[in-house]
Design a binder for this molecule. Structure first.
Ligand code: NAP
Length: 325
């Protein structure tokens, strides 16, 4: 008998066909039984799940007693309780590498759009305000040859450092849990404590995962350590920043501006104070959202689940030890 899999995000037809050759596929719109109770009997029989989002914790796992593999179409996995998964002998597969370059492009785009005030300028042109030569109130600030501080120097941080240093002649500072000598040598990147990075950087770019340690790592205290001319860009996860404190810091010009792809609550609440600020660029979590990369991520997630169901967790597995139980 084929293993049973619940697929809870859109997957291209050819990839679904590849999955169907190996598994009994059950497609649902929603993985949370509290939102759609009809998923409950499918979870009771599921050997695997594949999708993105949802809150996969001990309570969820209790509803899926046969589950062996969870395959997320993301590299970040903060919505999974990895300890609970391992205790239930469920391996978690994710999609690193295939999205790295695309997310680094999006981060650089946010740096440029925020510094050069591209979105607000476009809105002004569309409103018919470009009626004579522009005046200094349209000006932005330079990016090239400035100092970029990258917080989190993993796959995406390294790809961002390459763009910023090799393409824009930027001076690179970084902060992570460990030293990254390859990046230091390739892009003359210098390690800093978080406080030193904040005080020296013109651009502070967050490429961190969300964990207990990084939750609200950026709050009022950190914004006050930054230059008043600094721009903050977050492509990691929204809750790394205390968003209320950020809105306040932007409103009272503690920092110059921010470019954000991720938020504490997604989609962003209509009540968010960020919506009314002129010095913030807001993107709807589009870091990896190109046709090519979203296809590559789905293909990676499908390959991951097929391999893991065959007990191969040699690649892209967050908790390979779960197999040993
Ligand atoms: P990665 O290779 O695992 O890199 C993560 C980096 O964060 C590492 O350098 C790590 O330090 C550092 N780090 C983790 N905890 C830290 C802490 N407490 N203090 C300081 N540094 C810490 O991950 P990645 O592939 O670059 O992806 C990073 C994150 O980007 C993902 O987890 C996801 O949340 C986010 N993301 C967002 C989008 C989007 O669409 N906006 C798309 C993809 C990914 P060490 O190197 O010292 O271990």
């Amino acid at each position: 008998m084929k293993p049973s899999i619940v697929v809870y995000r859109d997957v291209p037809d050819d990839l679904l066909a590849r999955l169907s050759a190996e598994c009994d596929v059950h497609r649902v719109r929603e993985i949370d039984p509290d939102i759609d109770p009809s998923v409950k009997p499918l979870l009771a029989q599921a050997d695997a799940i594949l999708g993105s989002g949802g809150n996969i914790d001990a309570r969820f796992l209790a509803m899926a007693p046969k589950l062996r593999v969870a395959s997320t179409i993301t590299v970040g996995y903060d919505n999974f309780d990895v300890t609970a998964l391992s205790e239930h002998n469920v391996v978690l597969m994710h999609t690193p590498d295939v999205l790295t370059e695309t997310v680094a492009d999006a981060t650089m785009a946010l740096v440029l759009a925020t510094a050069r005030r591209m979105i607000i300028s476009s809105e002004r042109v569309k409103r018919g305000e470009w009626t004579q030569s522009i005046t200094p109130d349209w000006y932005g600030c330079d990016v090239h040859h400035k100092t970029m501080g990258i917080v989190g120097m993993g796959r995406i941080g390294d790809a961002l450092a390459r763009r910023a240093h090799c393409g824009f002649g930027m001076n690179i500072l970084y902060h992570a849990r460990s030293r990254h000598e390859k990046t230091e040598n390739a892009y003359q990147a210098q390690y800093r404590s978080l406080d030193a990075l904040l005080s020296e950087s013109d651009f502070v770019c967050i490429t961190l995962p969300l964990t207990k340690e990084t939750h609200h790592l950026f709050s009022r205290e950190q914004f006050e350590k930054m230059k008043r001319s600094a721009i903050l860009v977050n492509i990691g996860r929204g809750a790394v920043i205390d968003e209320t404190a950020l809105a306040q810091a932007l409103a009272d010009n503690t920092i110059l501006a921010a470019g954000l792809d991720v938020f504490e609550q997604e989609p962003l609440s209509p009540d968010s104070p960020l919506l009314s600020l002129p010095n913030v660029v807001l993107m709807p979590h589009i870091g990896s959202a190109t046709h090519e990369t979203r296809y590559a991520m789905a293909a990676c997630a499908v390959d991951n689940v097929i391999r893991a169901l065959n007990r191969d967790v040699s690649q892209n597995c967050v908790n390979p030890q779960a197999l040993q139980h």
